[in-house]
Design a protein around this ligand. Sequence first.
Ligand SMILES: [Mg+2]
Length: 303
Amino acid sequence: MGLRLKIIINPSSGRETAMADLDSILMYLSGAGSLTRADINYTAGRYDAVHYAEQTRKDEYDAVIAMGGDGTVNEVITGMMRGGIDIPLAIFTSGTVNDFATINGLPQNASDFARMLIKPRYIRIDCGKANEDYFLNVAAGGLMTDVAYRVSSDAKTAIGPAAYFLSAMKDIPSISRSIPVKITANGKTLEEEIIMFMISNTRSVGGFRGLMTMADVTDGVLDFLAVKKMDPVNVVPLLGSLVIGDHLRNENIIYFQSDDIMIESDSPVDLDIDGEKGSALPARITCIKKAITLIVPDKEEPL
Ligand SMILES: [Mg+2]
């Protein structure tokens, strides 16, 4: 018996190639005699993917396929988490930010993706929760959040993370707004003036692969990183440590791992959740361990 798939697709993502990719995937599966049913749900607006995912009848499908950019993927996991839909999820990222796929070795072309569905391997991955919002990649807040998440992945790759941060941080002395925060995690409380913070579930953070070097989507903890308010003379040394990958130990970086983090502030701060606006502080941010079954390629383990 072939696969029974529920497909949730943003037809306008990925420079309009998502539809062609879907056709190719379905043709490949059909040709291999591996497709019994494909119910296709096209998103037309925000939260459509949440509703489609949440309404999945889990005994009718072998997998949910999320096709689109980060926003679509976030909505699909949100719907599945809210609905308690614990069936395997496959992610085909045709959007601009596909770091999650790259880092996790997920196929990014139709035939490889179809082959993965035919011969799947399953891993259990964590899901982040910030107040009532779920996230796959990152929850963040503060000065650079807007810049960091709206710049295209291509642009970031082209200029490199250090150069990008240099351009973003040169404005810091003139933009004096820092955030007083109270962070509680791992039984400790810290009060600090910071510029920005991010809590990451994966190593994929807005296209900066060298930033959250310790993050692992299966380890049951989230990685917290904040940049302290600092004297401008310390910016260049921080960038230097970023280049050599030593930034997590820099004196102007707060970094730790935890499965339960409380962040409070006297200033109004909105959270950015997987690139979209979320709730405001205060926020309790937790790691929901092994919450999602992700379909990944069945690679032979190296000896
Ligand atoms: Mg983790």
